[in-house]
Design a protein around this ligand. Sequence first.
Ligand SMILES: [Zn+2]
Length: 310
Amino acid sequence: MKRLRQIRNFMAVGSMVFVLFWSLPGFGNTLDSEKYSRVIWNYLETLCAFGPRNPGSEGYRETLDLIRKMGEKYADQVVEQPFSVRTSMSTSVDMVNLELRFEGTQGGAPILIGAHFDTRPFADEDPDPANWSEPILGANDGGSGTAILLGLAQYLNQHPVARPVHLVFFDGEDFGAKDSGLKLLGSTYYAEQLVKEEREKWPYWVLVIDMVGDKDLEIFKEFYSLKGSASFLDRIYRVAEDQGIQSLNEKMKYTIYDDHYPFHRMGIPSTVLIDFDYPYWHTLQDTLDKCSIKSMFSIFSVVVKTIEDL
Ligand SMILES: [Zn+2]
C-alpha cells in the first residue's frame, strides 16, 4: 500500500514536471506556447483579412501565395498538384493542392496532415435567404485548419520530428452546392494519384483538421475516424489528457465526409478532428470573433505532441 502510494506520488510529480517543461518557453525541444499561439492567430487574422477564399476569388489567390511563400521559407520541399474540375458540360474550374514536405530525422512512411484552404462560395445555411449566394468568410471553416498547418510548417522547420510530415492544403473541399457531388475535390484527387503509387509511399496516417477554432470547442470522435484509426485517436486523446485539454470528448458523434474520407476508403488509418457543433457553419457569421486563440493553440499543441512520438 505504502509502495503503491510512493509510486503514485512519483507519477504525480513526474507529470507535474512534464507539464512544467512543456509550458516553459524555449526549453529544449518543447513548445513555446506564447510564441506559437501568436503565430497561429496571426495567420488566421491574415487569412480573414484576405476575405472569402473560394476558388476564383482574390482571397483564394492571396491564400495560395501565402502558403507558397511560407512553404519556400520553412519546408524542405513544396509540391503543387494542379487539377481541373468539370462543373458543367461547358465549364471547368482550375484548382490546386499545395503540399509542404518535411523530411524528418528517421525517415519512414510520412504522416499526412491536411486541411482545406478553400472557403464555401455561398452561405447556404445562413438564416437570411438573401445571403444564400454570398461567399462566406470561413474564419473557422477553412481558416482555422489552414492557420494551424502554417503554424506547423514554422514549428517543424525548427523542431523536426522522426517521421516525414507532409502538410497538405486541400482545395475544393467546400465547393459545390448540396447534392452536386462537388465536394472533397482536392483530397479525392490526391487520393486518386496516391492509388497509382507503390504502397510504401502511402501515408502512415492521415490527420485532417477542420473547424477547430470555435471559442466553445468540443470535439467528438467521428465515425470513420474511430472505425479506421482507433489507436491514433486514442493517442490524440491521451496527449490531450496529459496536457489538461478538456475540449476532446470521448463520445462518438457524427459521420462526416471530410478530407479524411478518400484516404479512409483506401484503407489508410485516417482521422478528422472537427467540432461540427458550430452554429455559424456555412453562414456569413463564420467570422474571426467566433474563434479563439486558446482553442486553436490547444489543437496545435496536441498535434505537435502526437506526431513527435509516432
Ligand atoms: Zn464547410
